[in-house]
Each structure stands twice: as structure tokens, then as C-alpha cells.
Design a protein around this ligand. Structure first.
Ligand code: ATP
Ligand code: MG
Length: 148
């Protein structure tokens, strides 16, 4: 039974494909979706820092990264979910090692199905599967679907 889906999103086209499948399954099985984005990189580019100063925003690296990237990634997911007729959607932004956080979240929130892209934003073209999706498939106790 698919009742509680975690879909891992990183802003890549692959993850959108994964999210699309998650939506189809959620509609079919009346399942809940939690879209999880893990913030991994705290480096803030200088242009972004300058923008923050001009706009009187906090220049704290975490806050900036959190605000700009996570809002963008999660709002895309929310928009797509509405288009696909999904009513049970939550978005979560976590901080840390992506694979570890995804697996921990799945275990502590009774997730039964994790859906990810086989690849993400990485640019190393020789890879069939990225390091995050491969680690999650190895470590998670529940079903993992890697979307190509
Ligand atoms: P690598 O990062 O190993 O260079 P890659 O970026 O191509 O390669 P992954 O990072 O493993 O591949 O991405 C595969 C999938 O894992 C993505 O489509 C997404 O579903 C999930 N994922 C990757 N990074 C994150 C993240 N920071 N937060 C949430 N999900 C992620
Ligand atoms: Mg990646």
C-alpha cells in the first residue's frame, strides 16, 4: 500500500519527473506527499550577498540560501501538485547531508515510499545514478523508486 510518500526535490528536471510520478501515485492511492528539499551548501555567492544588503535582508548565509533556493524549489512543487490535483501535500526544508536527512525523515515520519530522480543537479555525465539517490536506496528501509 502506498499511503505516505516522500519525494526528494533538488531543483533538477529529474526531481520534477520524480515529483510528477509521486503526484500520479498520490492521486491514485489517496496518499499524502511530503516534498523534501535538503539544504547542503552554505556558500553564498557574492552577488546574492550584495542583493541581500541592498534589500536590507539578513546576510546570514543559511538564511539567504534557505530563503531563495528553498522557496523556489518548494513553490514549483506546490504549483505542479495543484495542477495535478493533489490535495495532500506538505513541503519540508531540512539542513544537512541530503541522503542522511531523507532517510532519517522517512523513518521518523512513517514514510512507506521514497521517490527520487536517478540523477539530480550534478553535471558528471558518466553517472547512471547520483550519489544521493544511490545512498538513499541503500540506506532506506522502505521502498525507493528512482525515476529516469
Ligand atoms: P551527484 O550529486 O552525486 O553529483 P546528481 O546530482 O546527478 O549527482 P543526486 O544528487 O543523487 O544526483 O540526485 C538524484 C536525486 O536525489 C534528485 O533527483 C533528487 O530526487 C534527490 N536529491 C539530490 N539532492 C537532493 C537534496 N539536496 N534535497 C533533496 N533531494 C535531493
Ligand atoms: Mg546532486
Amino acid at each position: 500500500m502506498i499511503t505516505n510518500i516522500l519525494v526528494a526535490i533538488d531543483g533538477s528536471e529529474h526531481a520534477i519527473k520524480a515529483f510528477d510520478l509521486a503526484c500520479d501515485l498520490a492521486v491514485k492511492y489517496h496518499a499524502q506527499i511530503t516534498a523534501v528539499y535538503v539544504i547542503e551548501n552554505f556558500e553564498v555567492p557574492s552577488e546574492l550577498r550584495h542583493f541581500a544588503e541592498v534589500e536590507h535582508l539578513s546576510t546570514d548565509a543559511y538564511t539567504l540560501h534557505y530563503k531563495v533556493i528553498s522557496e523556489n524549489v518548494t513553490s514549483k512543487a506546490k504549483k505542479l501538485a495543484v495542477e495535478k490535483g493533489v490535495s495532500l501535500l506538505e513541503t519540508k526544508v531540512l539542513e544537512g547531508n541530503p541522503a542522511q536527512k531523507i532517510v532519517e525523515f522517512a523513518e521518523s515520519n512513517a514514510i512507506d515510499t521514497i521517490i527520487m530522480g536517478s540523477r539530480g543537479l550534478g553535471t558528471f555525465t558518466g553517472l547512471i545514478q547520483g550519489s544521493v539517490s544511490s545512498k538513499v536506496s541503500h540506506l532506506a528501509k522502505c521502498t525507493c523508486i528512482s525515476v529516469k
